[in-house]
Design a binder for this molecule. Structure first.
Ligand code: NDP
Length: 280
């Protein structure tokens, strides 16, 4: 059997080049506002890397910083950006501080600028029909699967993790592709029983070494979205060295889902820009 380690950086490069070309044709720069509250160091790193990725394709990006006790200022700025004609996309850096009303944030963000699809409106649209924006990581996962010509129909897809921003949307997208979908979570008994049945296995739990070689069906496709930092290195949820020889295709961590997610932020910002100029 051919075994493939999926090159997320290469897939990402292709998307970024497409976005860059399209923006150049418009001759006008989309603008993304990134709102960051609290003092989470890794969130700052992520936010800065998004700004850099934006600049490389011709998107203007700005980070708005708020302290943990600036919730009302945060909402004032969010409402301003919702209406601002020069801002096309809005992204909220997660996690928000516990002192913030996250639910109200999801209800406040303008759905037409909500490039990570976190608003309750877009989440509802995703589950009921056609969303304005698909959350970036689930969209990246589907894009990766499509780019390797995955046959979805009738396949058993198992998703480990059920967060609103990752596990649940991935499960819905795979359902739309006519997979039979099982969703596992922290209360699932005998996780291996389910993972062993997966033709397509998506990991989104954030638990290092959760999935080992004997938990994989021979020939499965494994998409590992997990990000676990251990001794200054990044690992996924699968024990990569142990599982890779059982998979027909597998995403590494780092270099798999992460770079494609970043590319999807750019793609969704371009879509937001089009909503703005085409009069959503
Ligand atoms: P959450 O913590 O919100 O959700 C984790 C999910 O995993 C929960 O549904 C939880 O179950 C489930 N889970 C936890 N432990 C186990 C276990 N032992 N067995 C089975 N399921 C388990 O995380 P996110 O969804 O936001 O993120 C998941 C991972 O993806 C993280 O590592 C995160 O860093 C990464 N991530 C990667 C991105 C990328 O670009 N590659 C982007 C976003 C996130 P329960 O609901 O029962 O608590």
């Amino acid at each position: 059997m051919n075994r493939m380690i999926i090159d997320g950086k290469e897939i990402s490069k292709k998307i970024r080049e497409e976005v860059k070309r399209e923006i150049r044709e418009f001759g006008y720069k989309p603008r993304l506002a990134i709102l960051m509250a609290g003092n989470d160091e890794s969130s700052k790193v992520y936010a800065n890397s998004k700004v850099k990725a934006c600049k490389n394709v011709g998107i203007e990006a700005e980070i708005y910083y708020f302290s943990e006790n600036e919730e009302s200022k945060f909402f004032d700025i969010l409402k301003f950006l919702n209406e601002d004609k020069n801002t096309h996309g809005i992204m909220i850096e997660m996690p928000l501080p516990k002192s913030f009303n996250a639910e109200l944030v999801y209800d406040t963000i303008n759905p037409y600028k909500d490039v990570d699809g976190i608003s309750n409106y877009n989440m509802g649209k995703l589950f009921a029909g056609k969303p304005l924006f698909i959350p970036c990581t689930p969209k990246a996962i589907l894009y990766i699967l499509e780019s390797i010509n995955t046959q979805f129909v009738g396949k058993h897809a198992v998703v480990v993790g059920r967060s609103n921003i990752l596990g649940k949307p991935v499960a819905k997208l795979l359902l739309d592709k006519n997979c039979t979908v099982t969703v596992c979570h922290s209360k699932t008994k005998d996780l291996a029983y389910y993972t062993k049945q997966a033709d397509i296995l998506v990991l989104a739990a954030g638990k290092m070494n959760l999935v080992k070689g004997d938990m994989i069906k021979e020939g499965a496709i494994l998409i590992d979205a997990g990000i676990n930092v251990y001794q200054n290195n990044i690992y996924g949820d699968a024990d990569f060295e142990k599982v890779k020889d059982r998979c027909s295709s597998i995403t590494p961590v780092p270099g798999g889902v992460g770079p494609v997610t970043t590319a999807m932020i750019l793609k969704n910002t371009l879509e937001a820009f089009k909503y703005a100029i085409e009069g959503a």
